[in-house]
Write a protein that binds this ligand. Structure first.
Ligand SMILES: Nc1ncnc2c1ncn2[C@@H]1O[C@H](COP(=O)(O)OP(=O)(O)OP(=O)(O)O)[C@@H](O)[C@H]1O
Ligand SMILES: [Mg+2]
Length: 183
């Protein structure tokens, strides 16, 4: 490692950037693009995506209130460990309950937990129906689906929020970069 890059790593202030919002709101899309931009800038970053974790470490969990809470507890603890290891951690998961997100925030120091509300209206998420899950939920083929038959509690004071109906992916990512990383 060159001295300059070591200094960059040492000076790097780690963050947990937490994307919350409905299914299809754009959490994964934004996290993936942000990750790419940070990597190009030479910063150490890891993306924890709810879906991937449900395939692995959280495969024992379903979508009841208790299981959703445990899902978020594990993800936030993992995010904290990764941040302690020096990484910028990007989390994308629906995280529908205010209390669960609040508990996640408590694991971090002030200013290190950035909550981003991907505030895309249900109608737009349902129109996109990226995974075909809204159609299934409306037909009753799946239950406990967020915003259909399971609640979503919007953040009251997120650090940032976007409505991706009229804001492009690039626009959102640039806004995050300028507000979080150019201080
Ligand atoms: N500004 C934007 N930001 C993010 N996604 C956008 C934006 N504008 C349009 N989209 C589109 O919205 C869709 C969002 O899907 P994505 O899988 O990212 O949602 P998600 O919030 O991760 O959902 P889930 O909770 O089901 O994983 C993508 O098809 C993406 O291209
Ligand atoms: Mg996703």
């Amino acid at each position: 490692l060159k001295v300059a890059s070591v200094e960059k790593l040492v000076q790097q202030k780690p963050y947990c950037i937490w994307f919350t919002g409905l299914s299809g709101a754009g959490k994964t899309t934004l996290a993936v693009q942000l990750k790419h931009r940070l990597q190009v800038a030479g910063l150490p970053v890891y993306h924890l995506d709810g879906d991937k974790l449900r395939d692995g470490i959280n495969q024992d969990l379903g979508f009841s209130v208790v299981d959703r809470t445990e899902n978020i507890r594990r993800i936030s603890e993992i995010a904290r460990l990764m941040m302690d290891a020096g990484l910028i951690v990007l989390v994308s998961c629906i995280s529908p309950y205010r209390t669960d997100r609040h508990n996640a925030r408590q694991l971090f120091d002030t200013g290190q937990f950035i909550e981003i509300y991907v505030n895309t209206p249900l109608a737009e998420c349902e129109r996109r129906d990226v995974k075909g899950l809204y159609a299934k939920a409306r037909r009753g083929e799946i239950t406990e689906f967020t915003a259909i038959d399971s609640p979503y509690e919007p953040p009251r004071s997120p650090e940032m929020q976007f409505n991706t109906t009229n804001q492009s992916v690039q626009e959102c990512v640039e806004l995050i970069l300028s507000s979080v990383f150019t201080k």
